[in-house]
Design a protein around this ligand. Structure first.
Ligand SMILES: Nc1ncnc2c1ncn2[C@@H]1O[C@H](COP(=O)(O)OP(=O)(O)O)[C@@H](O)[C@H]1O
Ligand SMILES: [Mg+2]
Length: 494
């Protein structure tokens, strides 16, 4: 009896997320699934729960095979999951979300709303949230949303549960609620994969651990047999020299001065200077204020009280993306759906940011073509719809259009996610060129620590909206290992 994943391979384009991973969990066992950002934990969880297909490998649940990747089949076999990115519909109430696929039907197809409400309230009571049953999920606190996600997963009475970074944003009391439910689940013969970066939590909840690094299993064993130092080192990967090959010139003079910055409302404000000629990565565990920081300096989120910025000798009008862009700040999102007008031509997409910038001349076609060429973007002419290109080439177009704006600062939010290695290299090459040769400042985030270590001159590690480590290539303190060590070790006890 066990949930067994054997020889699992999975690629996204040419990016290999899982490279022959075998792991299993037995009834009553809680196994930690541990590794740095981008190591393949969530992909493994999605494959185990039928949400994603594997390219190769097998999944067996108590000796019955999960034949096809289908959440319904996995559920039938008794596998459930709480998603790191949540599976709740924000506009529906907590109660509706819990019963969404379990709607009781009285006369054939008619829904029995009273039974539904009763069912939902019962499930939500277990996570201590009966009072929010009628509230829309979008109005809940983050920790509460994760508890609703848990209630939804548990309501299906799984025998095996994948718990993916459920506790990352929870308050201490919410973690206790979770702890009690997990104990009950395990005592009743459930088995769990528990994904978390918090070592104290892993030691509290898990007996066994599987460590992933770059899609490979690098350790599998009893948690009691290994120390925190070893775990952090395995997760970070013993390749201290991987990033050192690229040398970066010393940063130029200060380009942007930020003061009173509060990425999260709850953190004390800090000041920061960004230098010309420098690529700065913002790292750390997911959701520690990185996105909020990037969006602030790109003019996409309104400043909080006291937050201010200057670029060069002038104030930067935070809170207005057009005004910020006019001062030479260019934003590239990794969320292509947000940035791309699929039916519009490549040219129109390249020119889109200029439309809102009054008094700025539109770049000509030759300039557009030159920018695309600099990124070796393959296209059949700039009047073709952008939607006809591969994801990697679309992403390159978003980066290329930054070039047209002669930016002083480029803000790139996980801009190479899901694109192939060649396209990623092209983007890296261009960002380096802009920083090191043209003297622009570059600020990036990435869902992979490895990428930050390769690309950046300096990495600031965020936790709870504060900077907990400042690693730099020139000081010899920057590698995937030091990034992982910074956020794993600094993590406060849960
Ligand atoms: N839907 C996707 N499209 C493209 N690449 C993806 C997708 N999901 C994950 N990846 C890539 O697969 C790798 C593993 O990601 P993930 O499983 O989310 O890691 P973890 O949960 O350990 O942080 C990363 O390189 C990530 O960028
Ligand atoms: Mg993940």
């Amino acid at each position: 009896m066990a949930l067994v994943l054997e020889g699992i391979y999975r690629s996204f384009g040419p990016v290999r997320a899982l490279d022959g991973v075998s792991i299993s969990v037995a009834p009553g066992e809680c196994r930690a699934l541990y590794g740095g950002n981008g190591s393949g934990k969530s992909t493994m969880g999605k494959i185990a729960s039928g949400t994603l297909s594997a390219d190769a490998g097998s999944i067996r649940v108590d000796d019955r095979p999960l034949a096809a990747a289908s959440p319904a089949s996995a559920r039938e076999l008794g596998v459930g999951i709480t998603f790191q990115e949540l599976s709740l519909i924000p506009e529906l109430t907590a109660g509706e979300n819990v019963v969404l696929t379990d709607l009781p039907r009285r006369f054939g197809l008619l829904r029995d709303r009273k039974a539904e409400a009763g069912l939902a309230a019962g499930e939500l009571r277990k996570v201590g949230l009966a009072r929010v049953a009628d509230q829309r999920v979008e109005l809940l606190q983050t920790g509460e949303k994760y508890l609703v996600e848990l209630a939804k997963a548990l309501s299906r009475r799984p025998r095996y549960l994948i718990i993916d970074e459920l506790t990352a944003t929870m308050h201490a009391s919410e973690v206790e609620t979770f702890a009690a439910l997990l104990a009950e689940f395990l005592a009743n013969g459930g088995g769990a994969f528990f994904v978390s970066h918090r070592l104290p939590e892993l030691r509290r909840f898990c007996d066994t651990i599987s460590v992933l690094r770059n899609g490979k299993l690098v350790f599998d064993g009893r948690l009691a047999d290994v120390g925190d130092g070893e775990l952090v080192q395995w997760a970070g990967g013993g390749q201290p020299d991987d990033a050192a090959a690229i040398t970066s010139p010393h940063a130029g003079k200060t380009l942007m001065r930020l003061s009173g910055i509060r990425p999260l409302a709850s953190t004390p404000p800090f000041d920061l200077e960004l230098c010309a000629g420098e690529i700065v990565g913002i790292g750390g565990l997911p959701d520690q204020g990185q996105k909020s920081f990037l969006r602030l300096i790109a003019g996409l989120r309104p400043p909080r009280d006291g937050e201010a910025a200057r670029i060069g000798d002038e104030p930067l009008p935070l809170g207005s993306s057009a005004a910020v862009a006019a001062k030479g700040v260019s934003f590239v999102s990794g969320d292509r759906d947000e940035m791309v007008f699929a039916k519009r031509s490549i040219r129109e997409n390249m020119l889109a940011p200029f439309v809102s910038m009054k008094g700025r001349e539109l770049p000509g076609d030759s300039e557009i073509t030159a920018a695309l060429d600099r990124l070796s973007t393959r296209h059949a002419g700039i009047h073709m719809p952008i939607g006809s290109l591969s994801g990697g080439n679309q992403q390159k177009i978003l980066v290329a259009r930054c070039l047209l704006m002669n930016p002083r600062l480029i803000v790139a939010e996980d801009s190479t996610k899901g694109i192939d290695v060649a396209a990623r290299n092209d983007v890296h090459h261009l960002l380096r060129d802009l920083a090191h040769r043209q003297g622009a400042a570059v600020v990036v985030t990435s869902s992979e620590d490895q990428e930050l270590a390769e690309l950046c001159d300096r990495v600031l590690v965020f936790e709870g909206g504060a900077i907990i480590a400042d690693l730099s290539r020139s000081a010899g303190t920057l590698s995937a290992q030091t990034i992982v060590s910074a956020y794993m070790r600094q993590e406060r006890a849960a």
